[in-house]
Design a protein around this ligand. Structure first.
Ligand code: KG4
Ligand code: ZN
Length: 338
């Protein structure tokens, strides 16, 4: 019963993150979010790579210090292999390889999308873990997927976006309303004070478990243009109702798809992850589904929902126990399924 300490490293997008896990429990979870992208209204890949390079050593050092261990106590190093921005992924993988090589311990590659789902298996007080099989909905600025999860590493994507991710839909709508990036949390704040039925936006139509968000963005743009023609202060005067209506449309759309997934698979246990799981609308909708539809739902702690390395570390531990190690010549992958 040796203690298993795994270091997780995440660098797929604009967060440089490192975490240490000991037998299922997170000892430290450090994230350096890159502020630099705010002024550009979205993530600039070249700038992300540079920032990762500056951040990675201090972030890993901090994760080890907070965990109260020395790097020599590590059992293995886990890192995000993909999917993500190539230049960003390369920084994390090169660093992970060097560290594993220097310490002569195993290297473990992790699929970022699997990690979002397996974050539900981090040991937390007062949090029950999902039972297999369950349906996972991963919603963030980069992803929108419905996955049937039969076992830790037995997952099947049964629905996904054909264009923008749901977080992008929030952020792009916010931009149209003149809100700063990332606007998702701001839409949520205004929405809580507004009338969700004030305006209606038609829900995009695609395959029964797939999503499309690009049409919604265009609809909102025209809606705003038309209304500001007659009243230049239209947005300012109606911000709360506009945000509530946009959020209602998006959440209702997500729930429609989830209901289809539950009906088609017969699985009533649903786990959500990704930054958009912070949204109050989706949280309430899931609570209602527990009450009214008999679902069992799971939402992890927020710091395990957004991009983080704790989720990379838990996958590292699960793979370590199976002795599922990577070769030193493993290459980063921008696109990756399960
Ligand atoms: O998982 P995440 O931190 O990063 C990735 O994109 O992978 O997710 C960030 C996304 C952004 O699009 C942000 O606007 C959205 O999650 N988001 C929200 C809320 N909090 C974060 N969207 C709606 N409501 C929120 N409360
Ligand atoms: Zn992510």
């Amino acid at each position: 019963n040796e203690p298993i300490y795994i270091l997780g490293i995440e660098s797929s997008c604009d967060d440089t993150a490192a975490a240490v896990i000991l037998n299922g429990r997170i000892l430290s979870n450090v994230v350096a979010s890159q502020k630099i992208h705010e002024e550009y209204g979205g993530v600039v890949p070249e700038l992300a790579s540079r920032a990762h390079q500056q951040n990675i050593v201090p972030v890993v050092d901090q994760a080890l210090t907070k965990a109260g261990i020395s790097k020599r106590q590590l059992s293995a190093v886990a890192f995000t292999r993909g999917p993500g921005l190539m230049g960003a992924l390369l920084v994390g993988s090169s660093f992970a390889k060097s560290l594993a090589m220097g310490l002569d311990i195993p290297l473990i590659e992790v699929n970022h999308m699997q990690a979002h789902i397996l974050a539900h298996f981090i040991e937390e007080k007062n949090q029950s873990k999902p039972n297999f099989p369950f349906i996972a909905l991963t919603i963030s600025g980069g992803h929108t997927q419905i996955v049937k999860v039969s076992d830790y590493f037995k997952m099947e994507i049964i629905g996904q976006t054909i264009d923008d991710a749901v977080g992008e839909a929030f952020d792009k709508s916010a931009k149209i309303l003149g809100l700063p990036y990332p606007g998702g949390p701001l839409i949520d704040q205004y929405a809580q004070k507004g009338n969700p039925k004030a305006y209606s936006f038609t829900k995009p139509k695609v395959g029964d478990l797939d999503f499309s968000f690009s049409g919604l963005k265009t609809a909102i743009l025209y809606f705003v243009q038309n209304n500001t023609k007659t009243n230049p202060n239209f947005i300012k005067e109606n911000m709360e109702d506009i945000c509530a209506s946009i959020q209602f449309t998006i959440v209702d759309y997500l729930m429609d798809k989830l209901k289809n997934a539950v009906q088609e698979t017969g699985i009533k246990e649903v786990a959500i992850g990704g930054g958009v799981s912070a949204n109050s609308g989706i949280r309430n909708a899931l609570k209602n589904a527990e009450k009214n539809l008999g679902w069992k739902t799971h939402i992890p702690k927020f710091e395990y929902c957004t991009d983080n390395a704790a989720m990379i570390a838990i996958v590292g531990e699960l793979k370590y126990r199976q002795k599922d190690f990577s070769e030193m010549n493993v290459s980063s992958k921008a696109r990756m399924t399960f």
